[in-house]
Design a protein around this ligand. Structure first.
Ligand code: IPE
Ligand code: IPE
Ligand code: MG
Length: 232
């Protein structure tokens, strides 16, 4: 089997990684950014077409105010700091989620970076920030309701109106940090994804771990509800 063309990652375990090392949770988030940077590079080298990562969920606002504020600032700072290098490396960046609920200092960085990378044609990096699978489905339903008759609505139309329009199906979903749940990530897009869970915390996730996930994916038998050719 070929490499998956669309990989999604739930980058979990920053806080636990930091506590394990006697550091602050915020140090874990900083280290998490470094991991993301290296994994983006690896994915680009492996000719992965699209990578979608979960950076902040619609539920993460429930965290203490100081951590939320840290995460918002870290995100804006990272977009600003890494933008040029990503642009030079031919990466196309899209931020998915409810951006109208984000403060202006983040929105400005988002628009800036999307603009900067819009004409690239390398790895598509979608960063889910203030993202929830359920809000995506609701937002898409509202959009379709405004534009179409109910009779016209079908799966193809839905796919071309979600936040990530017309991207390939998520073929491989990876979650670090040991939990085995989706936590409201890509509910529509992961309907038939292969799921891969690792105990490793996100800050310690390496190229070898991504390679291991991909090699496991390649061994999976993807039937999509059908049967194997040699089943009779
Ligand atoms: C993932 O790490 C990053 C975000 C959710 C922003 P966590 O902060 O959830 O780390 P753990 O799961 O508490 O260890
Ligand atoms: C999922 O991790 C969200 C991100 C990685 C951004 P959480 O740490 O928020 O998920 P739960 O709380 O364990 O479900
Ligand atoms: Mg977590």
């Amino acid at each position: 089997m070929k490499n998956p063309s669309h990989i999604a990652i739930i980058m979990d375990g920053n806080g636990r990684w930091a506590r394990k090392k006697g550091l602050q949770r915020t140090d874990g988030h900083k280290q998490g950014v470094k991991t993301l940077k290296s994994i983006v590079k690896v994915a680009a080298e492996m000719d992965i077409y699209c990578l979608t990562v979960y950076a902040f969920s619609t539920e993460n606002w429930r965290r203490p105010e100081s951590e939320v504020e840290f995460l918002l600032k870290l995100f804006a700072r990272t977009l600003k700091k890494e933008g040029h290098e990503l642009a030079e490396n031919n990466v196309v960046i899209k931020i998915i989620g409810r951006r109208n609920e984000l403060p202006k200092f983040i929105l400005d960085e988002i628009l800036n970076l999307e603009d900067l990378t819009a004409n690239n044609d390398g790895l598509q990096l979608n960063i889910a920030f203030n993202y929830g699978g359920r809000s995506e489905i609701i937002d898409t339903a509202k959009k379709l309701f405004e534009k179409y008759d109910p009779q016209q609505i079908n799966e193809d139309l839905f796919c071309s109106n979600i936040y990530i329009d017309n991207y390939p199906e998520v073929e491989l979903l990876i979650r670090t940090g040991g939990e085995k749940r989706l936590s409201n990530f890509l509910l529509w897009e992961c309907a038939y994804s292969e799921l891969y869970f690792t105990e490793k915390y996100w800050p310690e996730f390496k190229k070898e771990d991504l390679e291991m996930a991909i090699s496991e994916y390649k061994k999976r038998n993807r039937r999509f509800g059908g049967i194997d050719d040699n089943a009779y």
